[in-house]
Design a protein around this ligand. Structure first.
Ligand SMILES: NC(=O)c1ccc[n+]([C@@H]2O[C@H](COP(=O)([O-])OP(=O)(O)OC[C@H]3O[C@@H](n4cnc5c(N)ncnc54)[C@H](OP(=O)(O)O)[C@@H]3O)[C@@H](O)[C@H]2O)c1
Length: 238
């Protein structure tokens, strides 16, 4: 990656950047001149996504990032330290198991475990791996892509694995925000709204709108909020 001081939002890493909202986030960040690392658990899919962006005149560097692979994420942290040696934005976007097929009373706890491994622990370990660089950034933003399904206030039955994982991700957001406040790292959870992706299915809003909701938290000014939960720039009940 170039050693020039990056423009836009500096150097940004988006997990699950090969499709859906993640790919649109990479597109937007690259379009604003940021140096973007497109994280993809499947390098082939990631290269295909990076090639699609190149076709649009945009640059993103693909790196293999499987957030469920603890050793791989530790290695990612070390590799980012070496090159580019800087990170200003981390978007924890990767997620799985919007489990509309089960309820809490009959949930397969192995599915719940998998959801927690990726949606909670994946975001957590990626944040930890990136923290040494984020702490050194002059304007660090850590954005956890959450969901209204994780709002305890609005929670009813259904999608148990996903909902519990996103509620836990929201709790993690509060904890990291408090612990990183003095380092100037703004940490927020963001719901993209219901978006027509592979996960969201038909009928949701366009991926551009979902990505815009997330970008809001990337673009916060230095005196912007931290430890909040937002959709389209407006607070969501926890
Ligand atoms: N779509 C909605 O309506 C909606 C609503 C609320 C919140 N969200 C949230 O928005 C975010 C993006 O969702 P989306 O709709 O764009 O979902 P999507 O189309 O299903 O894409 C999910 C992305 O996450 C990646 N991923 C899954 N497990 C991974 C792992 N272990 N390591 C790295 N990457 C992994 C996928 O990679 P592969 O291609 O390799 O599978 C894919 O790139 C998620 O956090 C989701 O919970 C979505």
């Amino acid at each position: 990656m170039s050693t020039e001081v990056p423009r836009g939002h500096g150097v940004a890493l988006v997990t699950g950047g090969n499709r859906g909202i993640g790919l649109e986030l990479v597109r937007r960040l690259a379009g604003r001149g940021s140096s973007v690392i497109l994280g993809s658990r499947d390098p082939q899919k990631g290269e295909a996504a990076a090639a699609e962006l190149r076709g649009e005149g945009l640059q993103a560097e693909m790196r293999a990032v499987d957030v469920a692979d603890a050793a791989g994420i530790e290695a990612l942290g070390a590799s980012l330290e070496r090159d580019p040696g800087r990170l200003d934005v981390l978007v924890n976007n990767a997620a799985i198991h919007y489990d509309t097929w089960q309820t809490g009373v009959d949930a397969d706890v192995d599915v719940v475990r998998e959801a927690l491994e990726t949606n909670l622990l994946g975001a957590w370990r990626t944040a930890q791996a990136c923290l040494p660089l984020l702490r050194r950034s002059p304007r660090a933003r850590l954005v956890n892509v959450s969901s209204g399904a994780g709002s305890i206030t609005g929670m009813g039955g259904g999608t148990p694995a996903y909902s519990v994982s996103k509620a836990a991700l929201n709790a993690l957001t509060r904890i990291l925000a408090a612990e990183l406040r003095n380092d100037g790292v703004l940490v927020n959870a963001v719901c993209p709204g219901w978006v027509a992706t592979d996960m969201g299915g038909a009928g949701g809003r366009p991926v551009e709108n979902g990505a815009a909701s997330v970008m809001w938290a990337v673009e916060l000014p230095d005196d912007g909020p931290t430890g909040g939960f937002f959709r389209d720039g407006r607070p969501v009940d926890w």
